[in-house]
Design a protein around this ligand. Structure first.
Ligand code: SAH
Ligand code: SF4
Ligand code: F3S
Length: 455
């Protein structure tokens, strides 16, 4: 095989973790396809398997190692131009563990990190040519890979990174150690990419950053996130989303923008993590429960029908029943549309990992279960407000349980299934914005029937 290209090879990318990783995976696909490799859906069919990994909780670590271990025994597909399958580990575990992954799992051929996605093709080619493992990890990065090719998962929807890294150092969190210091992307670049995406037919753009609200802090304070919202909204994209918003940095100016710019979707993910001031302090979140609730009121005053979602960690070291009750009460008071609940997972190298906690696992599990019950009850209540309404839907595919129906998401980011008239092919609606009459509102989805087909 020629050392310059990967033609006649097949590849597959397995992605764990957050949207940042999903977006990085789209770049990985773009890079490999540029070298001539063809995408396949399964690991078995792939000559090159790239794992884009996450280490935010221990479960993700364990899963990755388990999956890579089992690949020892997978034969290479018939007809492959390679003599050995290339297993590449990138993303946050690659960044954190580097060469030790190859020491532990000698059948791994390539390890790369979060700051050098662009190195993947040459590392793969070197591993093939030399028949020896390759590791390359950079300590810091400063590229948003604007010039790298991208294969988007959906033609109608795109991620648009606006910051990389994180400076917040929440005491439980590994992200700042594996993604580096926060860096804002120049607004001209963001604007140019948004325009290009819209010209390309993209209807939904999600701005990405670990904390989008602190955009611009490294750019001498101007422009800020509110300016980014305004300039991307001006691209004319139909739905503008963003993740994630840190409550300590959510300004009145930003709240005003998402209340007044018509294409900013009425959905806000505002991670609370805890409702106890003592725990919030120990987490280094730098806001109080009172300030958080005040923000929720401001947001709802500005945008009454906004869908709020959040992240909550249960069992942070030293959490008492009283602390947990404060979290429970916060979730009850706010009444979120969706809550992502996590049991605290100790991450070596973070400050919280040094705090001993004698609380038995059963106690934490019981708190977690009580919280999940409440979350479901509140999500159900929230969804009832859309019963019998006509809502817009960006159609993403067919309902997995009933292929005669379409599935998509509403501007509030609710999943919705809808039946279509028998004369219509539901697949022809994928990627389009339709209107649906909601007949049933459940806890985690809405169901209805198609009433209009738009752009
Ligand atoms: N930057 C984003 C997302 C960070 S990771 C933010 O600040 O919101 C996504 C979520 O994982 C966090 O919001 C947090 O709830 C959870 N998380 C992070 N570290 C964790 C840990 N050690 N144990 C359990 N959950 C954790
Ligand atoms: Fe982690 Fe906190 Fe940064 Fe989010 S803001 S990535 S939780 S350190
Ligand atoms: Fe996981 Fe890395 Fe994202 S640790 S949550 S993939 S930044």
């Amino acid at each position: 095989m020629a050392a310059q290209n990967l033609s006649q090879t097949t590849y597959c990318v397995v992605t764990y973790g957050c949207q940042m990783n999903k977006h990085d995976s789209e770049r990985v696909c773009g890079l490999l396809e540029e070298c001539g490799s063809d995408r396949v859906e399964t690991i078995e069919e792939a000559d090159i398997v790239v794992f884009m990994t996450c280490c935010v909780r221990e479960a993700a670590d364990i899963r990755l190692r388990g999956q890579v271990e089992t690949m020892k025994n997978y034969p290479l597909r018939e007809g492959s131009p390679l003599t050995k399958r290339v297993i590449a580990i990138g993303g946050c575990i690659g960044q954190r563990d580097g060469q030790s992954l190859i020491d532990d799992m000698p059948h791994v051929s390539v390890v790369f990190g979060t700051h050098n996605l662009n190195a993947l093709p040459h590392l793969v080619m070197a591993a093939v040519a030399d028949q020896s493992p390759q590791t390359e990890i950079l300590e810091a990065g400063d590229s948003f890979w604007s010039d790298l090719p991208t294969v988007r998962e959906h033609s109608w929807s795109a991620w648009l990174p606006i910051t990389m890294g994180c400076n917040n150092f929440c005491t439980y969190c590994i992200v700042p150690y594996v993604r580096g210091r926060e860096k804002s992307r120049p607004i001209e670049e963001i604007e140019a990419e948004a325009k290009k995406l819209v010209a390309d037919g993209v209807k939904e753009i999600t701005l990405l950053g670990q904390n989008v609200n602190s955009y611009g802090r490294d750019l001498y304070g101007k422009p800020r996130f509110a300016d980014v919202l305004e300039c991307v909204a001006a691209s004319g994209v139909k739905y503008l989303r963003y993740a994630t918003s840190h409550p300590k940095d959510l300004t009145d100016e930003v709240i005003k923008k998402f209340a007044t710019l018509p294409n900013v979707a009425p959905a806000l993910h505002l991670p609370a993590q805890s409702g106890s001031n003592r725990i919030l302090k120990a987490m280094n979140r730098r806001y109080t429960r009172e300030r958080y609730i005040d923000l929720v009121h401001k947001v709802r005053n500005a945008c009454p029908d906004i869908a709020l979602s959040t992240d909550i960690i249960v069992g942070f070291p030293g959490e008492t029943e009283e602390d947990f009750q404060a979290t429970y009460d916060l979730v009850k008071e706010v009444g979120y549309n969706q809550v992502f609940t996590f049991i605290y997972s100790k991450r070596e190298g973070t400050p919280a990992a040094k705090i001993d906690d004698p609380t038995p696992h059963e106690v934490i599990q019981d708190r977690f279960d009580r919280l999940v019950d409440l979350v479901q009850e509140k999500a159900y209540e929230r969804n009832q407000s859309d019963q019998d309404k006509v809502v817009e839907v960006l159609v993403e595919g067919l309902n997995k349980r009933n292929a005669s129906q379409i599935t998509g998401r509403t501007p509030k980011n609710q999943t919705i299934h809808a039946s279509v008239p028998p004369s219509m092919d539901p697949s022809s609606l994928i990627g389009r914005i339709c209107t649906v009459q909601v007949d049933v509102a459940k806890t985690w989805y809405l169901a209805g029937h198609l009433v209009g087909v738009g752009e």
